[in-house]
Design a binder for this molecule. Structure first.
Ligand code: ZN
Ligand code: ZN
Length: 400
């Protein structure tokens, strides 16, 4: 009997602890372990040459996540714990048509030291999906996710609602940038022709309008969930939206690699792949610092072993992660030493050397002997991608 009371007391203590989200998850015997990303801070030259370089922390972000407030499986609190466990520093929960998850997740995020940004998925009726971040708490969505292409119908015209959203401070990014589908869910290209294989690329008038008006701020070059049927291209061994990288470069959009996760991450179809992440170069680790970086376009998409983004950002991050030392010898030969101080393996090709590309793993150093030592060395980093068909090339002067 005594034993039973003790057991009941223990159970009631457990139940009372269960109301505290953090402790309930950790339990008495199950440690919650975080896989840290290990990116070092990076230094970037100041815009004004006379000023000291700017130091950025590199954060791992995911700005597209679902909970039961739409069609996701984990609660907002569970999403925070999961994100923390997977090494994210900042997330936005972005349910279709709904942003109640933010208020619910915020106290848990604060416990874990995870930055949380208010988010929601919205957009045009059965066409473009838009993820919106950091809009004011009193923004009242009208026909969310169901905006009309044309004026005068029962649903709100996209131009009106898009402006309301950005007037409320919303940062807007184009999610999984395929073309869209018609009412009967038959996926079609802009021409109206069904395509197989599904290469449904292009930007319809609503997106072109938003670009002209400066109301589209970002784009997913990788959505960890979308596959065939969502206009993805298999390129460099992974499914992504290479054309979206070109659009980001051309239109000055912030680049994202988001999960769009619906089930638990370890239950998703591609759970075996490393999680995609939007890397941010922030001046401060706060919601304000995150939004400043997003609005300034300081992101690099990390997925499929790639660092992928606008040229200046990929170059800044790569400079921060590597050290290249190139020297000439007395015999006219040269030597290049490549240090990788980051957590991502980098594949470098010394142009004109005749050497095969070398992969320098995380925290590894490679020394390459060269038959010649020109004044300047050019290295192409195969997995640092700045265009759909182009990798970053850096130049290194010979140290004599
Ligand atoms: Zn979507
Ligand atoms: Zn989504």
């Amino acid at each position: 009997m005594k034993k039973r009371i003790a057991a009941l007391t223990f159970l009631s203590v457990l139940l009372s602890l269960a109301s505290v989200p953090c402790i309930a998850f950790a339990g008495a015997s199950t440690p919650l372990l975080r896989t840290a990303p290990g990116f070092p801070d990076v230094l970037a030259a100041a815009e004004d040459a006379a000023s000291a370089p700017v130091k950025y922390a590199v954060l791992r972000g995911d700005f597209h996540i679902h909970t039961p407030y739409s069609d996701g499986k984990l609660t907002p609190a569970e999403r925070v714990r999961e994100a923390w466990k997977y090494g994210y520093d900042v997330i936005a929960i972005t349910d279709h048509r709904d942003f109640r998850a933010y208020a619910e997740a915020l106290p848990v995020a604060e416990q874990f030291g995870l930055i949380l940004i208010r988010g929601m998925e919205t957009g045009l009726h059965e066409m473009e999906h838009l993820v919106t971040l950091d809009f004011a708490a009193d923004y009242v969505p009208r026909d969310p996710h169901s905006w009309a292409d044309a004026e005068g119908g029962p649903r709100v015209y996209y131009r009106e609602q898009w402006r309301k959203l950005t007037d409320a401070g919303g940062f807007v990014l184009l999610a999984h940038p395929h073309i869209g589908h018609s009412g009967d869910c038959e996926w079609v290209a802009e021409t109206g022709d069904p395509l197989d294989p599904p290469l449904r690329h292009g930007l319809r008038e609503p997106i072109r309008w938003a670009l002209r008006e400066g109301l589209l701020h970002g784009i997913e070059v990788r959505n960890h969930t979308t596959d065939r049927g969502w206009g993805v291209v298999k390129d460099r061994g992974t499914l992504w939206y290479p054309m979206a990288l070109d659009w980001a470069q051309e239109y000055g959009l912030t680049v994202f690699a988001n999960s769009d996760v619906h089930p638990a991450r370890d239950q998703a179809g591609n759970a075996h792949e490393p999680q995609s992440a939007t890397l941010l170069l922030v001046r401060e680790r706060t919601p304000k610092g995150v939004m400043e970086a997003l609005r300034a376009g300081r992101t690099v998409a990390h997925f499929g072993g790639m660092l992928c983004g606008r040229k200046e950002m990929v170059a800044t991050l790569l400079r921060g992660l590597t050290r290249v030392d190139f020297r000439g010898g007395e015999d006219g030969a040269g030597q290049v030493r490549i240090e990788n101080h980051g957590p991502v393996a980098l594949t470098a090709e010394v142009n004109g050397s005749g050497l095969d590309p070398v992969t320098v793993d995380a925290d590894q150093t490679a020394i390459l002997k060269l038959t010649e030592a020109p004044k300047q060395l050019s290295i192409t980093w195969a997995n640092a991608v700045i265009r759909s068909t182009k990798s970053l090339t850096t130049l290194h002067a010979r140290v004599d």
